[in-house]
Design a protein around this ligand. Structure first.
Ligand code: URA
Length: 221
């Protein structure tokens, strides 16, 4: 079944999803309650890889929700989203766009760290469609409870989880979408990791473009 709240086009008819932990109307639940349930989520095999579920974090009064792809190495260790290098870059970009970091809620499309070993390191591995679909009920529930004014997808995984597989961040970044069911306005921009992973000589321009997108978000508030 596709997600009614997000319009996800991923078929999960024969697969398990986190919906089994959310049998009530999510809007009647609270973030602490669903965080507690998500801590035991086994809706996809990623719970075996990650140290812990990394749930969304931020004030429940947040007007802006940022959605990333999945926790990274640091997030997996600390159990908190966007605390590693990508999170630090996001913090700096938010500051430059005059968005107060402690007033926003940050979360991910997938709430366990997917990785593969490379020597002593744990290398980020992109979640697949089944894992994204399995986790989607948590994101749907977060958005139903928070009822934010603005949702910002960071990167293609989050943008496509929310807007469907054909959504292209490269074409649509920085544009305000007003006809979405889970916020007044939706924006997509690049994932901060894509700036960090790109060629060093492109980083300053990539960061500037991210800040420009976030300034549009701030202006829409
Ligand atoms: N990348 C993400 O998408 N989310 C995090 O929490 C950290 C890195």
């Amino acid at each position: 079944m596709s997600s009614p709240a997000t319009g996800s086009s991923v078929s999960t008819a024969s697969a398990d999803t986190a919906a089994r932990y959310l049998t009530e109307d999510p809007a009647k639940l609270s973030i602490p309650e669903i965080r507690k349930r998500a801590a035991h989520c086994k809706a996809c095999p990623l719970y075996k890889l990650g140290t812990q579920t990394v749930f969304g974090e931020g004030p429940t009064s947040a007007k802006i929700v940022f959605v990333g792809e999945q926790p990274g190495d640091q997030e997996d260790r600390q159990g908190r989203p966007f605390v590693g290098p990508a999170g630090q870059l996001l913090d700096r970009a938010l500051g430059e766009a005059s968005i107060e970091r402690d007033k926003v809620y940050v979360t991910n499309a997938v709430k366990h760290f997917k990785w593969e070993p490379s020597g002593q390191r744990r290398l980020h591995k992109k979640p697949n469609a089944r894992e994204i679909a399995a986790c989607q009920p948590w994101l749907d529930a977060e958005l139903a409870i928070l009822n934010p004014a603005i949702v910002v997808a960071l990167g293609a995984t989050a943008a496509q989880a929310l807007m469907g597989k054909t959504f292209r961040v490269t074409q649509e970044r920085g544009r305000a979408f007003r006809d979405v069911p889970w916020a007044k306005v939706f924006f997509a921009t690049v994932h901060p990791s894509s700036i960090l992973r790109g060629p060093p000589e492109d980083r300053a321009a990539g960061f500037k473009a991210l800040v420009a997108d976030l300034k549009k978000v701030a202006a829409a508030l």
